[in-house]
Structure formats: structure tokens, C-alpha cells
Design a protein around this ligand. Structure first.
Ligand code: 13P
Length: 254
């Protein structure tokens, strides 16, 4: 069996409850994910409940939170814990998104603690990595992103290879309209896959590697056609079914 393909929509801090509901209904009506092409939807926390409820009976749709805290409970005003997500039947959690790393000073060590907490709670961890423009221009991106990933997933056990998805999101491409070329994406994904295999063994090659950063219908075919690109983590183009559906179709074709 080949690697699983994954299309994930990260709504970020967008959509009113009504807009979120309308989007979910449109996704449910138009997208038909399968065992080998699954779809994740990551709404804002306050819409997780309605999302779980709406998508529950449709298989191969999964619900992800955009972040959560590793500690199960405690004096962390404003935060939500991973075990709280598990209790509401959320399937997955995005960890280490560059916007969390930037605005909330999340380090690789924090991301790593969250990954282990996610596994302990029975959640899938969607771990994000990516270099900024300065690193890319200096030509150090391959080494830099692997270091970031290696530190973020320290202690990953082979029994959790099915519980992790990795997203490569170059910071310079997120929400900028600037997209990595298919060759740039493939080079990074191949590097990460090789490194994963050399550290964790060849079974780690099955871990899905998603690309994220200004992915849209006009560039998706070429990105998804790359051997080591197993799907996408989509921001802006996840907010309209007229954009997200063509991405799903692109991924289905390859
Ligand atoms: P955009 O698709 O809007 O560039 O966002 C990508 C992203 O950050 C998904 O997590």
C-alpha cells in the first residue's frame, strides 16, 4: 500500500460560527474522502464541537484543533489542554505552526512535549516545520528544517508512525502568495523523508509529509505530483469550498 494522502484545512482565526457551519456543510456535500485520501478540518477552538458533531457520521473526515497545551489541567488561563480535546472527540491537533512559534514563542521542546501528550491522549499530531526567508536565502534550509523536525519529534516511537503527520510550511510562503516551487517542495520533502528513515528506520517513510504555504488550485497539481509530497496543509484556500474542492480533486488525481 502506498502512503496515505492527506488534505488538511487550517482555518486559523477565521470564520464566524455561521460561516463555519456553512463551510462544513459544503465540505460534507462536495468532498468524498476515502481510506487512502483523508481530509482534516481545523476550525477555531470554539467551533470544534459543532465540527465534530457535523462531520462525525461522515467517514474519513477528521477534526483537528489548531493547538493545545500539553499539561492536562492547571492554572493556564486561556489555554485548552490536549486531554480536553480528546474528551470532545477531536481526532488531531496541529502542533508547532509557525504562527504559534512566532506569536507564542513555542520552541521545539514545547512542540515535542505536546506531541507526546497528543499520543498519550490518543490524538494524531500534525507537526509543522519550516524555515524563514533569511534561512532560505542563506541556503541553509535543508539542515535547518531537519534540525527543527528532529528536535520537535524527539522520542517518536515506531508504534506512533500512524499517529503523526508532518507539514513542511516555509514561513516565507504562508499567506504571502509566494509559493515554494514544486522542485523546492520536493527537495525538502525528500530530504526530510530520507532523514526520518535514517534515524527511525524505513517504516518512517510511511509518515505523510504535507506541503503548506499559498497552496491553491492553480499550483496544486504540480505540487501534489511530486513524489514526496503527500498532500497539503491549507490556509486561505481552505476557507472556500470553491478553492478547497479543486485541491481535493488535484490530490485525488496523483
Ligand atoms: P496559506 O495557505 O494561507 O498560505 O496558509 C498555510 C498555512 O499556514 C496552513 O497551516
Amino acid at each position: 500500500m502506498g502512503r496515505k494522502k492527506v488534505l488538511a484545512g487550517n482555518w486559523k482565526m477565521n470564520t464566524s460560527p455561521e460561516e463555519g457551519m456553512a463551510l462544513l456543510q459544503a465540505l460534507k456535500a462536495n468532498l468524498h474522502p476515502t481510506d487512502s485520501l483523508v481530509v482534516y478540518v481545523a476550525p477555531p477552538h470554539v467551533q470544534l464541537q459543532q465540527t465534530v458533531k457535523l462531520l462525525r457520521e461522515k467517514s474519513n473526515f477528521y477534526v483537528a484543533a489548531q493547538d493545545a497545551r500539553a499539561e492536562a489541567s492547571g492554572a493556564f488561563t486561556g489555554d485548552v489542554s490536549i486531554s480536553m480535546l480528546a474528551a470532545m472527540a477531536v481526532d488531531a491537533v496541529i502542533l508547532g505552526h509557525s504562527e504559534r512559534r512566532l506569536h507564542h514563542q513555542e520552541t521545539d521542546a514545547v512542540v515535542n512535549a505536546k506531541m507526546h501528550a497528543a499520543f498519550a491522549a490518543g490524538l494524531i499530531a500534525i507537526v509543522c516545520v519550516g524555515e524563514n526567508l533569511e534561512v532560505r536565502q542563506a541556503g541553509n534550509h535543508l539542515g535547518h528544517v531537519w534540525e527543527q523536525l528532529n528536535a520537535s519529534i524527539q522520542g517518536l516511537d515506531s508504534k506512533h508512525f500512524n499517529d503523526i503527520i508532518i507539514a513542511y510550511e516555509p514561513v516565507w510562503a504562508i499567506g504571502t502568495g509566494e509559493v515554494a516551487s514544486p522542485e523546492q517542495a520536493q527537495a525538502m520533502h525528500q530530504h526530510l523523508r530520507n532523514q526520518l528513515a535514517s534515524v527511525y528506520g524505513s517504516d518512517a517513510e510511511e509518515i505523510p509529509l504535507l506541503y503548506g504555504g499559498s497552496c491553491k488550485p492553480s499550483n496544486a497539481n504540480a505540487l501534489f505530483a511530486q513524489d514526496d509530497v503527500d498532500g497539503g496543509l491549507i490556509g486561505g484556500a481552505a476557507l472556500k469550498v470553491s478553492d478547497f474542492h479543486p485541491l481535493f480533486e488535484s490530490l485525488k488525481k496523483v
